[in-house]
Write a new protein. Structure first.
Lengths: 233, 296
């Protein structure tokens, strides 16, 4: 059966359109399996996540313990696969409490990272215009792809990208942009390997992982302020 | 001598001196000198510049001291770099201005965040300090008592708000409510002076960050300069408990709690504060002179 949109189109165009839909569907399933694992293990992952949340809830990092205060730079947050602005709300509140200006990227739900480019570009432009400084983007798994694409185009507005829980191999970094990566490691203790940091804990909870938050605060603190319009002295 | 000649050359009609500049610590710091007598450096608080001092306060102190009014890094006519706001470094800015003026030792008065800079000066450059006055300030670190989050939010979360609207919002936590109600016009004029040369957002953020990082609690017990600590008992921004803590930490410090006044105690009780500060500094100076003569 052809729908109304396909009527009158040549057969080649119809097959290309069907191929594109299939590609998107395959990409969605692939990202879902890679970010959440096999559905067979979801009950186990949920229990494990709940236990991790409970154990971490006593950490002082949530109350600003051993965290250095920020310099007010704009930080744009990009959700990961199947995430939204709402899922990043705890991180947003924490960043605000330690002295930064977090901004949401106006994403209802991330089902395809290509669809994030436009709202993320708007969010970066708005945040940097309001504060008058270059922004840092903090992005999760598939959101890192969008963050790097937008940073490449908006390199005059973005200084750094912090990627958490990447699904892909380490991506190439656009010229002039600094990329910092935080990965989860189930057994290895927290350590860093150059610009790649490893923290213990599950990948899905990296946005509230105490070790990851400490690393994020250190990275943000070390990024110098880059004014967009240098005031005269 | 050279400084006196420079001062005579730039003296203006109303007795005040025009703003001067010193290239110190890698940047240009603006300052002003006024009056006659022993040197007294005034260090202003968070986000404000030297134009913010109450006029009557300056006039009264200038009758007894040579005042050095400094625009802190990032404020007024001083440079506004994106680095170097650690309070130790801002203390070096002040010492650089003293070097520029050829002043070896001076009395230091610090208000609010300026009080934190003054503490860094007395701890790290004790040879430069004759006597010290700390007003509405704290020692920082875990011993300090910080304002409630709602109060800090009023001071700090001002994005997208017009400067005058933001200033009026800040009044609610810096002025005593009854004083605010009775002196709205005077406070409005004060605000106009303060907004003449606005502090850019990055400088305000970096000053705030430096104030949060500040901790002098371990160093203060070694302070030897005569010290006066003063505050209003209705200060909600830097709670008065901090002044008690400072008085416990600094050996021999005098503590003055002024009843009925808030964080802007200098603006609310200008004449009283100028008198108390002037008397304390003169007594400290006389005592130092007497000890110097006895030692000789």
């Amino acid at each position: 059966m052809l729908d109304d949109g396909d009527r009158g189109k040549p057969p080649n165009s119809r097959s290309a359109s069907a191929s594109s839909v299939l590609q998107h569907a395959a990409g969605f399933i692939d990202d879902t399996l890679r970010s959440l694992g096999s559905p067979l293990f979801w009950p186990y992952s949920s229990l494990k996540g709940a236990a991790e949340l409970f154990l971490n809830s006593f950490d002082t990092v949530y109350r600003g313990g051993n965290v250095r205060y920020g310099d007010g730079k704009p930080v744009v947050l990009v959700p990961g696969h199947l995430g939204s602005d709402v899922t990043l709300e705890p991180l947003s509140l924490w960043l605000h409490a330690i002295g930064y200006r977090p901004a949401k990227s106006n994403v209802l739900i991330n089902i395809n990272d290509r669809l994030l480019d436009e709202p993320l570009t708007v969010a970066v432009r708005e945040a940097t215009r309001r504060i008058g400084r270059k922004a840092v983007i903090i992005a999760f798994d598939t959101g890192v792809r969008a963050a790097l694409r937008v940073a490449e185009i908006q390199r005059d507005l973005v200084s750094d990208v912090i990627g958490l829980g990447l699904l892909d191999r380490e991506p190439s970094t656009p010229l002039g942009i600094h990329l910092h990566i935080i990965r989860s490691a189930s057994k290895a203790p927290a350590h860093s390997d150059g610009k790649v940091y490893h923290v213990r804990g599950s990948r899905a909870l990296l946005s509230i992982n105490p070790d990851a938050l400490r690393i994020v605060s250190t990275i943000l603190r070390d990024i110098p302020i880059a004014l967009l319009d240098q005031p005269k002295g | 001598m050279a400084t006196d000649k420079r001062r005579q050359r730039i003296q203006t009609v109303d007795g005040a001196l025009a703003m001067q500049f010193a290239q110190v610590n890698g940047i240009r710091i603006a300052f002003e000198t006024r009056g006659n007598g022993p040197p007294l450096v005034l260090i202003m608080g968070y986000r404000l510049n030297s134009r913010a001092w109450p006029v009557e306060f300056i006039n009264e102190l200038a009758a007894r001291f040579t005042l050095v009014l400094i625009d802190n890094r990032g404020t007024g006519k001083s440079d506004k770099p994106t680095t170097g706001y650690a309070l130790s470094n801002m203390a070096r800015d002040v010492c650089g201005v003293l070097d520029h003026l050829g002043i070896g030792r001076a009395s230091i008065f610090g208000y609010s965040m300026g009080g934190a800079i003054a503490q860094r000066i007395v701890c790290e450059h004790p040879e430069r300090v004759l006597s010290l006055v700390l007003c509405a300030t704290l020692c920082g670190g875990p011993q300090a008592v910080y304002a409630r989050p709602a109060v800090l939010s009023i001071m700090h979360d001002l994005d997208g708000i017009e400067p005058a609207v933001a200033a009026r919002r800040i009044w609610t936590v810096t002025y005593e409510p009854n004083y605010l109600a009775a002196n709205a016009e005077k406070i409005e004029l004060q605000m106009q002076r303060e907004l003449e040369n606005r502090t850019p957002l990055h400088a305000a953020d970096l000053q705030f960050q430096a104030f949060v990082d500040f901790d002098a609690s371990r160093d203060l017990p070694s302070v030897q300069a005569p010290t006066l600590i003063m505050t209003g008992d209705r200060d909600v921004l830097v709670p008065p408990r901090n002044s008690y803590i400072l008085a416990e930490l600094i050996p021999g410090a005098q503590l003055l709690i002024l009843p009925g006044f808030a964080h802007r105690v200098l603006w609310e009780a200008t004449g009283q504060c100028a008198g108390l500060i002037g008397d304390f500094l003169e007594r400290a100076g006389e005592k130092a002179n007497a000890e110097h003569i006895n030692a000789g």
